[in-house]
Design a protein around this ligand. Sequence first.
Ligand SMILES: C[S@@+](CC[C@H](N)C(=O)[O-])C[C@H]1O[C@@H](n2cnc3c(N)ncnc32)[C@H](O)[C@@H]1O
Length: 424
Amino acid sequence: MMLPAFERLLKETMGLDAVSIGRSAVERAVRDRLAACDLHDLDAYWTHVCASSSELQELIDAVVVPETWFFRDREAYAALATWAGHERTKPSTTATLRFLSVPCSSGEEPYSIAMTLLGCGLAPGQFRIDAFDISTRAVALAKRAHYGANSFRGDDLQFRDTYFEWVPPSWRLNDVVRTDVHFQQGNLLDPSFLPGADIYDVIFCRNVLIYFDQETQDRAMRVLRRLLKDTGTLFVGSAETGLALSHGFASTRMPLAFAFRKSRAAKSRPAPSSQANQKPPGLSHKKVPTVPITAKSPAPSATAATSKPAAPARAADTSSSLLDLAEAARLADLGRLEDAGKVCAAHVRAHGTSAQACYLLGLIRNAAGAPTDAVQHFRKALYLDPNHYESLAHLTLLLDKQGDVSGAQVLRKRLQRLAPRAEG
Ligand SMILES: C[S@@+](CC[C@H](N)C(=O)[O-])C[C@H]1O[C@@H](n2cnc3c(N)ncnc32)[C@H](O)[C@@H]1O
C-alpha cells in the first residue's frame, strides 16, 4: 500500500491537499498511527483505517494543523468590534446575532469573538457563536477552556486579566465568555454540514482554505456563501483573501481585517453545479490565488478611503511613496494584479526599492501564479529588512508548498522569535 492512497483518503474526507502541509507530514501522521495501533506495515494499517471510522478520526487528528491563538490578526477583531458597536445601537436589533467559527481549532478564535462582543457591551444571550472543527481533540480542548502560554501571544494581554483565572498550570476561561459559545465536531466539507441558508451575521473561516486544493476551496466557499446572510461579513485568513475575492466577495476595505461581504454582482451566480467555473471579471478562471493579497499597508487610511480606479502611470507622478504602495495593495485586493504590479514597479523606479515594495511584489507575483518569482521578492524583502514579519510568514508558506521542509523550518523558527512583537 502506497502513501498516495492515504493522501487521497484524507483529501476525500477532510479536503486536505497533502502538498499544502508537505507530503512528509502526512507520512509522519500515518506512521505514528500505524505504530499507535501496533501494526507493522502500511497495508495492514490501510485495511484498519478503511474499516474503522474512529481510526480515520484518529488519523485526521494526527494530521491537522491546529495552530491558533487568542486575537490572532487583531485587526479582524477591531473590525468586528466596530461592526458590533453599530449593531448594538440599531433600534431594530432584537434578534440574537449569530456567529460561526469554522474551523475553531481549540477555541481561541470563537472565544476571542465572544470577548470582543462582551467588550462592546453586548450582554450574554444577545449573541450566539457556533464553533466547529473536524478535530475531536481540538473540540475537546475548546470545551475544556484551559489555556497555556502558547495561546497568548503579543504584548496586549489585558483580556487575560479580565476573563481568565490562573488555575495552575494553565489559565481557565470564565463562564461568562463560555456561555454563548457552542462547540461541535464538524466537517466543513460534509454535505450535511449545517443545512439551511442565510443563517449567520458573521462567519470566521480562517486559515483552513489554504490547506485545500482549488476544487475543494470552491466547495468550501459555496458552503460559506450559503450560510452567510446577504448583509453578513466573512472573515478569512491573511493568505486567503484572494480566494474570497475570486468567489464573489468584496473587501470591506478594513486594512488587515481580511473581511468581506457578498458582492452585489455575485448574487446572480448560477447554481452550485456550474459555480465552480465562475469567476468575477478580471480574474482568470484557472487561477484561484490562495496567497495573501491584502498587504500590510503603509498608509491604511489611503487604502481604505480611495475608490477611484488607478492608472498605473499615476504612481510615477505622486509625491508620496507610501500612497503608491497603499494603492498597489488596494488594487491587489481588488484582484487587479497586473495594475498592482505596474504601480509597484513604478514606485520602485521612482523611489528605489524597499522591503515593503518587495513584499507587495511577492504577494502580487504569487497571486498571479508565479511562486518562484514571489520567493525571490520575499527573499529580497528579508535581505532589506530581516525582521519583515509578513515576508517571513509568506515565504515560509511558499517553501512549505514547494516541499522545502528544512528551509521552511528555519524560517518558522525566525517567525516564532518575532511573533510576540509582531502579533501583539
Ligand atoms: C490552523 S487551524 C485554524 C484555526 C483558527 N480558525 C485560526 O485561524 O486560528 C486549522 C484547523 O482546521 C481544521 N480543519 C481542517 N480541515 C477541516 C474541515 N474539513 N472541516 C473543519 N475543520 C477542519 C483543523 O482541525 C484545524 O484545527
